[in-house]
Design a protein around this ligand. Structure first.
Ligand code: DC
Length: 233
């Protein structure tokens, strides 16, 4: 161990990982690392270049040309930069989600991004969310949580998020995207989405955000013996 605590949160798209992990990180004074944003940035780069995102050689050749940076602004928000440009909003577009899922199935992409993720966990206390954090990226994480919800509940939440950002989308389309990504993220050979054997399973289908947050906080407190910073409980 390197003296820093790592909490891994894995699960399918739209289970609430990012919002919950961000809030837990703020509550316990950890740095929140959204690893999906890194895959989204690679997906966006491939989309912009018009290359076939399933063509491993073509995507691999693109990687050394990309300067991918994760920076935190004064409010502690993670921003993604692609060759110096802030792409934090663009990587959330539905078409980029599909590209991210496509490129994330490529072993060359996963291998390329592995060290970047591990380095972040070596340097600070992190709550890192993704698909393979507990199984591959941080197998020694002090706590692993596998967060799920039904596909319909996740599509409903994602739709609301998109609408709040003024992005037009309909339920069936969002549900289709979620199912496409579930299938692809779980069935790929390279680091598929699956719960680590020692992960704590949390299903949020029937509970709202605040209840999910309280549940995660109690798991973190109980398992790690840490407490929320003052005023954050
Ligand atoms: O969490 P997200 O929806 O922003 O992730 C975008 C895509 O990246 C998702 O389809 C799966 C992939 N991903 C991954 O393969 N491994 C991770 N650790 C994080 C995301």
């Amino acid at each position: 161990m390197n003296g820093h605590i790592a909490i891994a949160i894995d699960g399918p798209s739209g289970a609430g990982k990012s919002s919950l992990a961000r809030r837990c990180a703020a509550a316990f004074g950890f740095v929140y690392v959204d690893t999906g944003a890194i895959y989204r940035t690679v997906g966006l780069a491939a989309l912009r270049r018009g290359i076939d995102r399933r063509d491993e050689e073509a995507v691999k050749a693109l990687l050394p040309e990309l300067v991918i940076e994760m920076r935190y602004n004064d409010a502690g928000e993670q921003r993604m930069f692609l060759n110096g440009e802030d792409v934090s909003a663009e990587i959330r577009l539905p078409e980029v989600s599909i590209c991210a899922s496509d490129v994330s199935a490529l072993p060359a992409v996963r291998a390329y991004l592995l060290e970047m993720q591990r380095k972040m966990a070596r340097e600070q206390d992190v709550i890192m969310d993704g698909r393979d954090i507990g199984t591959v990226v941080l197998p020694d994480a002090e706590l692993k949580i596998f967060l799920t919800a039904s596909a319909e509940a996740r599509a409903e939440r994602r739709l609301k998020e998109l609408q709040a950002k003024g992005v037009e989308a309909d339920f069936e389309e969002v549900l289709r995207d979620i199912r496409y990504r579930d299938e692809q993220d779980s069935s790929r050979a390279a680091a598929p989405l699956k719960a680590a054997e020692d992960a704590v399973p949390v299903d949020t289908t029937e509970i709202d955000f605040d209840a999910s947050f309280r549940l995660l906080c109690s798991i973190i407190r109980d398992r790690l013996g840490v407490s929320e910073r003052e005023g954050q409980a």
